[in-house]
Design a protein around this ligand. Sequence first.
Ligand SMILES: NC(=O)c1ccc[n+]([C@@H]2O[C@H](COP(=O)([O-])OP(=O)(O)OC[C@H]3O[C@@H](n4cnc5c(N)ncnc54)[C@H](OP(=O)(O)O)[C@@H]3O)[C@@H](O)[C@H]2O)c1
Length: 230
Amino acid sequence: MNLALFGATGGTGRCILRQSLPNGEHSIKALVRSPGKLQIEDPNLNIIKGNILDREDVHKTISGTEGVLCALGNSGNNPNNLHTKGSQHLISSMKDLNVDRVVILTSMGLGSSRNQIPWYGRWFTNLFLQDLMADKRRQEELIEESKLGWTIIRPGGLIDGENTGEVYKGTDSDIMAGPIARSEVARFMLDTVTSNSFLHEKPVITTKKRFDMRSMYSQIKQLFERIRTK
Ligand SMILES: NC(=O)c1ccc[n+]([C@@H]2O[C@H](COP(=O)([O-])OP(=O)(O)OC[C@H]3O[C@@H](n4cnc5c(N)ncnc54)[C@H](OP(=O)(O)O)[C@@H]3O)[C@@H](O)[C@H]2O)c1
């Protein structure tokens, strides 16, 4: 399948590339701000240098594709409404180009999944991530209202490396957030965009494991990195 990817230089985006390029599973057009970060040469990868905040760049990236994957994150040098603005550009470009299928990565803790993160997670996001969560909430609303073939995937706490527990993917509202490997999230995004599974749904992906020291440390490190690059 020909796919457009946003967030290719990020943790999850890189996993998407690693999983789909070597076996020729998909052709990918990736919009990146800094092509030098990728260092990948593959006949099935077309890198577009640009910014999701620029409507023309987004249009160019989606043109000629059949589905869109968005693993965007507010990784610095961006306004607080990155996800809102980026989603407006995705939606209007997809409509102009008659591309219907889109899979967006947001977060557990949003909307109906608010009670699926533990109290200390809610406390933490209220204290440090209020702007980011408000932007992602608006992103979800725009996507839901878009009338496109959307799926919103809400992951638990993202970690690098291997998973350490049984993975849950679905819409059960009793499942609590735990750590989940980015590689697992990437696989889920690819499987979802190439099928009609979870169409117009907001599945979560997580393990049922509690956060251990390693995943806590990884989360806190990412948070401080985000604050530092703001
Ligand atoms: N960390 C967690 O535990 C956690 C939990 C739940 C959900 N999430 C969410 O999951 C998503 C993916 O997280 P991640 O850690 O895999 O991603 P990440 O490493 O933060 O990567 C973010 C990606 O977005 C790109 N990007 C940022 N601004 C852009 C712009 N203006 N134009 C184009 N591209 C832009 C970045 O490009 P550059 O390389 O140019 O910066 C990078 O490729 C994020 O939305 C995150 O908030 C995270």
